[in-house]
Design a protein around this ligand. Sequence first.
Ligand code: PBG
Length: 324
Amino acid sequence: MIRRPRRNRQTEAIRNMVQETTVGVHDFIFPLFLIEGENKKIEISSMPGIFRYTIDQVLEEVQACVDLGIKVFAPFPSISEDIKDKYATESQNPEGLFPSAIRAIKQNFPEVALVTDVAMDPYSSDGHDGIVENGEIINDETLEVLGKMALTQAQAGADIVAPSDMMDGRIGHIRKVLDENGFQKVAIMAYTAKYASAFYGPFRDALGSAPKSGDKKTYQMNYANSREALIEAELDTLEGADYLMVKPALAYLDVIKLLRDNSNLPIAAYNISGEYAMVKAAAQNGWLDNDKAMAEILTGIKRAGADVILTYFAKEYAQYLKKQ
Ligand code: PBG
């Protein structure tokens, strides 16, 4: 035998030397859940280790993450039912929870970058990402709301706005609104290939944002399709996206690779709530090793071609790296 691949696996030093993919804290965007009030930090039962924070508490969490080298965050607001409405009006209130949190984080941590979620669902009394009329999600009227929401976030200090709604034409519309208002420097991270997934469950628990009726299949993509992701990628790129995202990540590694191979934009992947919850549940039962599973999953997502990973593991992985 002339070829013996095991020669390159003999010792840890050699294995590390030939390792092709490394995940570091710079690859991460850490999602943060926000709630109204003061001095509260409430764990999300379906996402052990992940909390909803009031603004004062989230500042402490950001500090802890910054100390570990995490510099990019994706905040999401949990809005009380009584201020939700059909048009997600609260999303445009500059004094609302979300813009206030953006301002507070940016004032205390100017070096941090914030990727802010643009979608109606946290604010919608229908729990949908668009305006619902006669049971239908109406596209073009929704764009108006999304444009105003993105502008409110940019005015509060968002560095990158991230439309997660999957309406047609939203990237172009948001780019236009931002530019007309002098926010040429605010980037857009498009949730380009966002699939209608069973794995969003814990996130919807965290925000109380589950659809009140129907599902999201008329706007989020069918998980059986990958060529369709290329259509979305082409449109988002033409409309001015600065990043393309694939979401979820684990059942969609081929889609991450497909976009990587067909675009020169940075590719983000969202390792979502259900993917996190599965690992936590199995680890709590002693069925698999949390740290090893976490490292394998994050490395796999990066190996598939993601430049950026949104993950609830970000802080834990940063702590794990310190121990290595
Ligand atoms: C919707 C949105 C979703 C997530 C973030 N924004 C999915 C959905 O409810 O349809 C899910 C993130 C996760 O599961 O971690 N605008």
